[in-house]
Design a protein around this ligand. Structure first.
Ligand SMILES: *Cc1c(COP(=O)(O)O)cnc(C)c1O
Length: 442
């Protein structure tokens, strides 16, 4: 992967210096792999601050932010109501290790927005949410096997890393060293959007499958929505075979509608996981669902789950303030902004004569260099991903920060304004031309 010919890269000397310094003490220089720009090449930009829809790096460059911290920042950065709530919470103490009233409020807000969720447990990351939900599903059913779909990412849980999309896709890893056969052998990995495969799995393993976990709409192989009837079919098969359905809404939850993907298709998971938007940008996540299942969790029941910082008052304040501020006008703006972004990308790529698909999963957007809609991980991997580095770097050099991987969704915020869209509109023709000029070996 090389720099894009013809792009005038903005100054990145200070970022380069920090990346060197970071690499001496942090593996790969980053605390989450995709941030390292591994699949697009070049120097990852170190961010100094962010406000609204703008990221500012340590060299003083501004970027229109189209990753939104990988989902959470639907209101834009440093939203006054969220910052104020965080400051007030912090003044009252950072962590108690004892219950607080605001945790109830956040749980009530989630239960109120997502009708399939009757009880909620707060955790610190989406990874913890899915890990705990799978443990609970196994504890509740007394079964061991789990079904997941190739290209769906559920955090870096050992049993869920097989063909997991996201950073693993970026780095071309089928799974991770360090995950033992015992941890992965109870995981059945099936193609996304393939109900017949799920039927066959239930037939081949009668009474053994504890749960099916799926992204409510896939976003970690790029935005790949469930085909009509897929989520409904999973619901029916799980019910018929006594398995639990875990809807992973860590990415879609409270982003694609006020009730997440559940608000769009109404398919109820027995358990649902949340993170990202519900945290307001601080470390908080949750899992919840049917009361009879959730009551199996300690201390109400025997399935152990805990966390020193779970329900942290500052993180809860950020999450509550974000959800309160995310009213219908915010969701309307997200829909408008996703549609506008998709149109700008599609028009420019069309004009440049590059075969492409602009795909949506709700308000999550993706560009695939393919001539047919992408419905699963095999199709995503078969697309012309080698065009993406040139596309990405041309946008970056013109002040637009897209995901640094062909396999990640693009995230809009309600803070995107006319000036931001003007900048995107000016950048995409050159990016499309660079994608058109790219070759598989460039
Ligand atoms: C981001 C994500 C996770 C993991 O959340 P972390 O907070 O990064 O641990 C799990 N599931 C989905 C669908 C995600 O997008």
């Amino acid at each position: 992967m090389t720099a894009t010919p013809g792009a005038h890269a903005p100054a990145s000397a200070r970022s380069a210096q920090l990346f060197d310094r970071a690499s001496a003490v942090i593996p790969g220089g980053v605390n989450s792999p995709v941030r390292a720009f591994g699949s697009v090449g070049g120097t990852p930009r170190f961010i100094a601050s962010a406000r609204g829809c703008t990221l500012t790096d340590v060299d003083g460059n501004d970027y229109v932010d189209l990753i939104c911290s990988w989902g959470p920042m639907i209101l834009g950065h440093a939203h006054p109501a969220v910052v104020d709530a965080v400051q007030r919470a912090a003044t009252g103490g950072l962590s108690f290790g004892a219950p607080t009233e605001s945790e109830i409020e956040l749980a009530e807000t989630i239960v109120d927005r997502v009708a399939s969720v009757e009880k909620v447990r707060l955790v610190n990351s989406g990874t913890e949410a899915t890990m705990s939900a799978v443990r609970l599903a196994r504890g509740f059913t007394g079964r061991t096997k789990i079904v997941k779909f190739a290209g769906c990412y559920h955090g870096h849980v050992d049993a869920l890393l097989a063909e997991a999309g996201s950073g693993l896709a970026t780095f071309g890893l089928p799974t991770s060293p360090g995950v033992t056969g015992a941890q992965s052998s109870d995981t059945l990995v099936l193609p996304y959007n393939d109900l017949a495969a799920v039927e066959q799995a239930f037939a081949a393993h009668p009474g053994e499958i504890a749960c099916v976990i799926t992204e409510a709409a896939a976003g970690n192989m790029g935005a790949v929505p469930p085909l009509p009837g897929f989520n409904e079919g999973l619901r029916r098969l799980c019910t018929d075979h006594g398995a639990l359905l875990i809807m992973d809404e860590v990415m879609t939850g409270f982003r694609v509608s006020r009730s997440g993907w559940y608000g769009l298709d109404g398919v109820a998971g027995d358990l649902t996981t949340f993170g990202k938007v519900m945290s307001g940008g601080l470390p908080a996540a949750a899992f919840g669902g049917r009361a009879d299942v959730m009551n199996h969790l300690a201390p109400a029941g025997p399935v152990y789950q805990a966390g020193t910082l779970s329900g942290n008052p500052v993180a809860v304040a950020a999450g509550l303030a974000s959800l309160k501020a995310a009213d219908q006008s915010v969701y309307d703006a997200l829909e408008r902004n996703a549609a506008t972004l998709g149109t700008l990308l599609g028009d420019a790529l069309h004009a440049a004569g590059v075969r492409h698909q602009v795909q949506f999963a709700g308000t999550m957007v993706s560009v695939f260099f393919a001539d047919r809609p992408v419905t699963n991980y095999a199709e995503a991997k078969a697309s012309d991903t080698w065009r993406y580095p040139a596309f990405f770097h041309t946008l970056l050099s013109r002040g637009v920060y897209a995901p640094p991987s062909a396999f990640e969704a693009w995230f809009v915020s309600a803070a995107l304004d006319d000036a931001a869209f003007d900048r995107i509109a000016q950048a995409v023709p050159a990016a499309a031309a660079a994608a058109a000029a790219a070759t598989p070996s460039s």
